[in-house]
Design a protein around this ligand. Structure first.
Ligand SMILES: *[C@@H]1O[C@H](CO)[C@@H](O)[C@H](O)[C@H]1NC(C)=O
Ligand SMILES: *[C@@H]1O[C@H](CO)[C@@H](O)[C@H](O)[C@H]1NC(C)=O
Ligand SMILES: *[C@@H]1O[C@H](CO)[C@@H](O)[C@H](O)[C@H]1NC(C)=O
Ligand SMILES: *[C@@H]1O[C@H](CO)[C@@H](O)[C@H](O)[C@H]1NC(C)=O
Ligand SMILES: *[C@@H]1O[C@H](CO)[C@@H](O)[C@H](O)[C@H]1NC(C)=O
Ligand SMILES: *[C@@H]1O[C@H](CO)[C@@H](O)[C@H](O)[C@H]1NC(C)=O
Ligand SMILES: *[C@@H]1O[C@H](CO)[C@@H](O)[C@H](O)[C@H]1NC(C)=O
Ligand SMILES: *[C@@H]1O[C@H](CO)[C@@H](O)[C@H](O)[C@H]1NC(C)=O
Ligand SMILES: *[C@@H]1O[C@H](CO)[C@@H](O)[C@H](O)[C@H]1NC(C)=O
Length: 645
């Protein structure tokens, strides 16, 4: 017993005489990291705990370990943890410390990207939307209100992280400060210095703090700071020597580090699914590893933008629910051909752990489920907006309503008879992001941010004009991250400004969770205004190992949001694509009772004319041929970054 205890103590390196301390640092003379006094190079992969249910963290981390990785890299999305000022959540799928503990148990080091800004194709790049309550705030700068909020948040986050630092017995070897700050217009060194001091104050002076920027001089100019080790990010297929020479410009000595080596690329609704062949990745990965450089593969597993967490790029293009990224582990954690290709490359440079790789989780096709229309958003206003509307002469934004995500109903009455088709119009950037319009319950069409600015409506004076406005995800990159949602400018009807709004904040998630979306008896006529549908399905008995993961498919449906047992799975939009199916992790399903499905279809369901059903299938489809694609629209590639910084 005593011997065992002693061994454990020695193993943990608690300063027994002759045992080296746990240390991690930079050896500038030998151009490498030093771990416990020995030269060290890491091969790492990105996984965002916020995009994988806690239930699957261990499975994904084990698969990463078995690929031969030394480390994982994760972002901390501030808005995932502090939903309102001073209200923190670190439990369940948000239990970051448990995630770190698992990484340690599996013997993976952690590279922590603590923010405050993370980009990450995550809503507002991880910044909480409530920061915008100060309308003129300059985010990611020395703006005093911004710094005060950052200071409070880091005062909560970083002390928690301190116990998980490598030198304190935990897995965290390095902590990133900000993210690609050099590609932001503000270029505020006082801000970077403030963060540096803040991180040092909370984490001490031993931990390696670093920055990451694109491989261009202009990025490194504003992104690098004395005292923060600067690293770079670049994808496969380019000139590795040239890319690292950009880092050498900032760091003449020290380890070479590519903090984001792209294994795939991000998607946007309405554009083809991005795919990067394994052969391209293998070639560049060999070159990087052969020169002794450190690398983090972004992403190693992308995961899912559940609920409303996706971000958007400019010109406004939101990302879909799947963040599959064409990564070596699929959105659902499946082992892919790319996984084995990368594992083989890693095996050329170090020993891969022996033992079985956790297998791909089985998927189950639960089949078709008939849904029933239960009522329109308008029918449920009392349940969705219990405190009633806010009255305002001109429209208010989501932030002014203190509702940060989802949907808000803007209602006014028609000031005049529109017996002829009358133009309802917004400014170019006036609707954030999509408005579903009806007059007296009769659908009129959709306005879409910087895409559809005008439509004709008809209706009688005094009848309700309703606009259900969807926040499709805040801009996560560049100078447009101050993304107020809702009607952000006036609307005109026949060129006159519409006034006297009743604005209904809608808490749909709570209503769904509390089972308030139940069938409303009455006239079921329209299937093309925003409407709720429900249904349920039971997990078949007699088949072992159920429930299993599945994918949900919406044949004939247009665009909307879906919940299962109150869990918000995200947005579906098969009418635009490329994503057709949504990943349903098994942990949200139950065998003890039927599983409840709630669908909010915003445009048009097939239920009026065709079969009213959704289908659970055992195969993902996130790469469909598009029904909608604007080929002249600028795609968000690395080359167009410069236009939006
Ligand atoms: C905190 O987050 C977890 C995981 O998403 C969630 O289940 C829980 O309801 C949240 N807690 C509060 C108080 O919102
Ligand atoms: C890669 O870049 C280096 C340094 O800029 C240059 O010397 C070399 O010729 C380039 N290699 C290729 C194949 O273009
Ligand atoms: C609208 O038209 C109706 C007849 O269709 C008429 O009674 C009413 O006065 C008109 N209202 C306005 C505001 O023009
Ligand atoms: C609105 O109606 C007018 C007159 O019928 C027509 O010229 C115009 O193209 C329509 N506009 C839209 C956006 O449908
Ligand atoms: C709406 O129009 C009114 C009157 O012209 C103006 O005072 C107000 O600022 C406008 N609101 C927005 C959000 O543009
Ligand atoms: C239902 O509403 C439609 C359109 O408003 C109307 O034509 C129909 O008569 C109504 N049916 C019933 C049963 O009330
Ligand atoms: C589904 O809804 C029914 C009826 O409201 C409820 O009794 C049941 O507990 C729900 N099932 C789950 C898994 O939440
Ligand atoms: C989408 O990907 C799947 C799995 O990789 C593949 O079987 C299918 O052919 C692809 N579909 C299209 C339209 O590219
Ligand atoms: C396609 O995108 C371009 C550039 O954003 C825009 O000018 C054009 O109007 C769009 N075309 C369609 C059909 O939406």
């Amino acid at each position: 017993m005593l011997a065992l205890l002693l061994m454990q103590l020695l193993h943990a390196g608690f300063g027994a005489p002759g045992t080296p301390q746990r240390t991690f640092g930079i050896d500038y003379a030998r151009n490498c990291f030093l771990k416990d006094g020995q030269p060290f190079r890491y091969i790492s992969g990105s996984i965002h705990y916020s995009r994988v249910p806690q239930y699957y963290w261990k499975d994904r981390l084990l698969k990463m370990k078995m690929a031969g990785l030394d480390a994982i890299q994760t972002y901390v999305p501030w808005n995932f943890h502090e939903s309102e000022p001073g209200v923190y959540n670190f439990t369940g799928d948000r239990d970051l410390e448990y995630f770190l503990q698992l990484a340690k148990e599996i013997d993976l080091l952690v590279i922590l990207r603590a923010g405050p800004y993370i980009c990450a194709e995550w809503d507002m790049g991880g910044l909480p939307a409530w920061l915008l309550e100060k309308k003129t705030i300059v985010l990611r700068s020395s703006d005093s209100d911004y710094l005060a909020a950052v200071g409070r948040w880091m005062g909560v986050l970083l002390p928690k992280m301190k116990t998980h630092l490598y030198q304190n017995g935990g897995p965290i070897i390095m902590v990133q400060v900000e993210n690609e700050y050099g590609s932001y217009f503000a270029c505020d060194f006082d801000y970077l210095r403030y963060l540096q001091n803040l991180f040092r104050q909370h984490l001490g002076d031993k931990v390696v703090l670093f920055t990451t920027d694109g491989t261009s001089k202009i990025f490194l100019q504003c992104g690098a700071l004395q005292g923060l080790y600067s690293t770079v990010d670049f994808g496969p297929g380019g000139n590795v020597t040239a890319a690292f020479s950009a880092q050498r410009h900032s760091e003449p000595k020290g380890p070479l580090v590519n903090s984001e080596f792209y294994t795939g690329w991000l998607d946007h609704w309405g554009h083809q699914h991005c795919v990067v062949p394994s052969s391209t990745i293998m070639k560049s990965l060999v070159e990087i590893l052969a020169r002794g450089a450190n690398v983090n593969m972004y992403m190693f597993i992308g995961g899912t933008n559940f609920a409303y967490w996706n971000g958007a790029n400019m010109p406004y293009s939101p990302q879909p629910t799947s963040y599959d990224y064409d990564a070596p582990l699929s959105e659902a954690g499946d082992l892919t051909e790319k996984y084995f290709a990368i594992r083989e490359v890693i095996g050329m440079f170090k020993e891969i752990p022996k033992g079985p790789i956790p297998p791909t989780t089985p998927k189950f096709a639960y089949g078709q489920v008939v849904l029933e229309k239960v009522g329109t958003v308008r029918d449920f206003l009392d349940q969705l907006s219990p405190s009633g509307p806010i009255k305002s002469t001109y429209p208010l934004t989501f932030v002014q309503l203190k509702q940060y995500f989802g949907y808000v109903l803007y209602r006014t009455t028609l000031p005049k008879n529109c017996s002829e088709r009358t133009p309802l119009a917004s400014t170019f950037d006036g609707v954030h992001d999509r408005a579903y319009i009806s007059v007296d319950g009769i659908p009129q069409g959709v306005l879409e941010r910087s895409k559809v600015l005008k439509l004709n409506i008809t209706g009688k004076a005094g009848t309700y004009l309703d606009l259900l406005v969807e926040n499709m995800g805040r801009v996560n990159y560049g100078r447009y991250i101050n993304d107020f949602k809702g009607l952000v400018s006036n609307l005109t009807l026949a060129e006159e400004i519409l006034e006297d709004w009743d604005i209904y904040p809608l808490n749909i998630d709570e209503a769904v969770e509390q089972g308030l979306i139940n069938k409303i008896p009455g006239n079921i006529s329209s299937y093309d205004v925003p409407t709720f549908y429900t249904g349920s399905f039971s997990i078949p008995s007699g088949i072992p190992d159920l429930p299993q993961d599945t994918y949900i498919k919406f044949p004939g449906w247009t665009k909307g949001q879906v919940w299962i047992n109150g869990f918000n799975l995200g947005r579906y939009w098969p009418a635009r694509g490329p994503q057709i199916t949504l990943f349903v992790p098994s942990n949200i399903l139950v065998t003890s009772s039927p599983n409840n499905i709630t669908v909010l279809e915003l445009e048009k369901s097939p239920c009026g004319t065709e079969k009213c059903l959704i289908e659970f299938v055992d195969r993902p489809d996130i790469n469909a041929t598009l029904h909608y694609e604007n080929k002249t629209e600028k795609l968000f590639t690395r080359d167009v970054w410069l236009d939006y910084i």
